[in-house]
Ligand binder design. Structure first.
Ligand code: NIG
Ligand code: FE
Length: 413
């Protein structure tokens, strides 16, 4: 199987030497080859270059990309794609003035989705999730993380893990599973939170780890959910089972979760709608990727992550969708790239770096994903005709995508 894409107006995010992360002022650089070709064999990028050098390639499929942009697929490093049903009634409650915390205190929020998921069959959850996943792929996402966290019982968390495993086996997209054991405190543990923490650290994490499905462990470090001490217990239990942290921190309140994440070598710390100077200091000289989730800020009307403060301090930044039924019911990464430009004041170059190579880093897969580099996986977006890649975030809420290739396979011919 071989594909030659020729006459590409702009081939974006081209790196002769492999890269795995882009930081600080380097995020403004997005290498582009004008009037280029790209040659793919099986699932791998084999060659690229200017059109004048495009000779002698034997390809089963030839795509003429005249007037179109080609770039690596989006790498969405934070999603909750596996869930049951929806939370449209909470959406209306919020329009009528209730806050996220008020809705949660009425039994809504994460506990609402957990109940729905517990009451839905594994097959039905799989089918709902597969449909969402296929929509994401058509919108340009080629690799994504998926979290558990709407189970909150041993049985339901393992059910979620099995659904994620099945999606991973049957989808062409690269799926990175995370065990979000500590997402919320179930009603029956409200007055005995420590029992729930013990259940997570002593039963759920060990049993889930034995299945070897999850790569990472997550916790919602937030007032009313899991405090620093709880989160530390969960990260310790994760570490004992080789699960590196990727954690929810600083969504509404600053508890010190960023420094804690760095201490436990978190691959990423996500949300950061609130962030202070100590958080920035904690991230310097760490291997931890900060991740902004502008779709969540948009949907529940909370502050946007101060991307400038992060990038201008020399740090890297990734952006992700946070696709979930409560705070971000969209996984459209084209919108996320646009929101990063408009609301986080990132340039198109910074936003595209954040949604490709840095997103891949935040899933631990950037040696094989996130740039156009020989030997990397052929996960590729071909846009509709446009003059410049900046039109992707500029024409917000339009669909810029014409075709996608995942693992070298052309999906929408
Ligand atoms: O990332 N903040 C915690 N978790 C999700 C929301 C989950 C929900 O409301 O269902 C988030 O925003
Ligand atoms: Fe989330």
């Amino acid at each position: 199987m071989s594909v030659l894409i020729k006459n590409i107006k702009q081939l974006v995010q081209v790196h002769e030497h492999n890269i795995t992360i882009v930081k600080g002022s380097d995020m403004k650089n997005l290498p582009v080859l004008e009037n280029a070709y790209l040659y793919i064999v099986h699932d791998t990028i084999i060659e690229y270059g200017p059109m004048e050098d495009c000779e002698g390639f034997d390809a089963e499929t030839i795509i003429d990309a005249t007037g179109k942009i080609v770039l690596p697929s989006w790498c969405d490093s934070h999603t909750h794609v596996v869930y049951a049903g929806d939370r449209t009634s909470e959406f209306v409650d919020r329009i009528n003035g209730l806050s996220y915390a008020e809705i949660a205190s009425k039994g809504g929020g994460i506990l609402n989705s957990a109940k729905l998921l517990q009451d839905t069959s594994e097959k039905e959850i799989y089918e709902q999730s597969l449909q969402r996943l296929n929509e994401l792929i058509a919108m340009g996402t080629g690799a994504l993380e998926i979290k558990t966290g709407y189970g909150l019982t041993l049985e339901a968390e393992l059910k979620m893990l099995r659904v994620i495993k099945q999606l991973k086996q049957e989808s062409l997209a690269n799926i990175v599973p995370t065990l979000l054991a500590a997402h919320a405190i179930p009603e029956e543990f409200k007055s005995k939170k420590q029992d729930y923490i013990n259940f997570i650290t002593e039963e759920l994490i060990p049993q889930a780890a034995e299945l070897h499905i999850a790569h990472y462990v997550d916790a919602f470090c937030e007032q009313g959910y899991f405090d620093i001490k709880d989160t530390e217990a969960i990260l310790k239990a994760g570490a004992a089972h080789n699960l590196q942290p990727k954690i929810h921190v600083n969504q509404f309140n600053i508890l010190g979760g960023i420094a804690l994440g760095v201490k436990y070598n978190a691959l990423s710390v996500d949300h950061l709608e609130e962030i202070n100077d100590e958080d920035i200091e904690a991230l310097k000289d760490s291997e931890t990727m900060p991740v902004a989730l502008p779709g969540c800020s948009y949907f529940i009307s909370i502050p946007y992550t101060q991307a400038r403060k992060i990038i201008d301090a020399g740090l890297p930044l990734a952006i992700a969708s946070d696709y979930n039924p409560g705070t971000a019911p969209s996984g459209n990464m084209n919108f996320i790239v646009s929101a990063a430009c408009v609301k986080l004041k990132m340039t198109p170059e910074e936003a595209i770096n954040a949604a490709t190579i840095n997103g891949a880093y935040a899933m631990g897969i950037s040696s094989m994903y996130g740039s156009i580099t020989r030997g990397k996986k052929a996960n590729i977006i071909i846009t509709k005709p446009m003059n410049h890649y900046s039109e992707i975030p500029y024409a917000f809420a339009h669909n810029p995508i014409e075709q996608v290739l995942i693992n070298g396979q052309l999906l929408n011919k």
